[in-house]
Design a protein around this ligand. Structure first.
Ligand code: URA
Length: 242
């Protein structure tokens, strides 16, 4: 059961404050009855909801793809810095979405946000082997030995042995390399620490893809959009959610 004001806010009728006004004005009917109480509890899937005489279809979850900008925290709240939630419009905030896993403050690129706890859990659990692909610039030259180290499983500074990962060298000279890294787990600062274990430093990091979904390059940094039906279906298949 859910509160009527939350249900209407999720349906896109504005902030909780906006929908309270709509409810008070008597424009909302649940199963044929005018309801003026914000706290009215309903099962939004089973109930017939009409606003101004028009029937509306309820949507419980939201799934967003963001191109995360530099300098923003992947969290729902922070005392000092702007968070990815601060970048959302009110109509999306009302769903109470949270970021799926974390990107560091200075990492840019694909970040999924949702309020679907089960999907989130499966996407971030190493058990489901969900690929995360990053583009990185490294402060020095990389070679075939580094590719082998990634394949074997890098040992991090705390002794943890990473799952085998894929390193592709796109460009390399003695001052800098450009690479693509594919990992299936999401330890704290994972990619940076993997290179640190090889005595190299990541100087730029961007996530290109997550669970087979590619970052929509039409999204500028800080922009986001809802996932398409087929993108969501792809994630569900990867996470084996029927
Ligand atoms: N690995 C990192 O080191 N940082 C990120 O933000 C993501 C993966």
């Amino acid at each position: 059961m859910e509160r009527l004001d939350k249900v209407l806010a999720n349906l896109g009728y504005g902030s909780r404050k906006d929908v309270k006004k709509i409810i008070k004005s008597g424009e909302v009917k649940i199963d044929g009855e005018v309801i003026k109480d914000n706290n009215y509890q309903l099962d939004p899937i089973k109930s017939t909801i009409k606003v101004n005489g028009e029937e509306v279809t309820y949507k419980k979850n939201i799934y967003l793809m963001m191109n995360k900008p530099d300098g923003v925290i992947s969290a729902t709240f922070d005392d000092y810095d702007r968070t990815v939630i601060d970048l959302l419009e009110e109509q999306h905030k009302v769903f109470d979405p949270f970021p799926v896993g974390r990107l560091d403050k200075d990492t840019v690129g694909l970040l999924l946000l949702t309020n679907d706890g089960e999907l989130n859990h499966r996407l971030i659990s190493p058990k489901w082997h969900v690929d995360k692909v990053y583009y990185a610039k490294i402060d020095s030259e990389l070679n075939k030995n580094d590719i082998e180290e990634f394949k074997k499983g890098i040992i991090l500074d705390d002794g943890y042995k990473c799952m085998p990962a894929k390193l592709e060298i796109l460009k390399a000279d003695e001052n800098e390399s450009e690479v693509k890294v594919t990992v299936q787990e999401g330890k704290y600062h994972q990619v940076k620490r993997m290179f640190q274990s090889l005595d190299k430093k990541v100087i730029y990091l961007k996530r290109l893809s997550f669970g087979g979904l590619n970052l929509d390059e039409r999204l500028d940094e800080g922009e986001y959009r809802e996932l398409t039906v087929s993108e969501l279906e792809k994630l569900r298949i990867i996470c084996k959610i029927c």
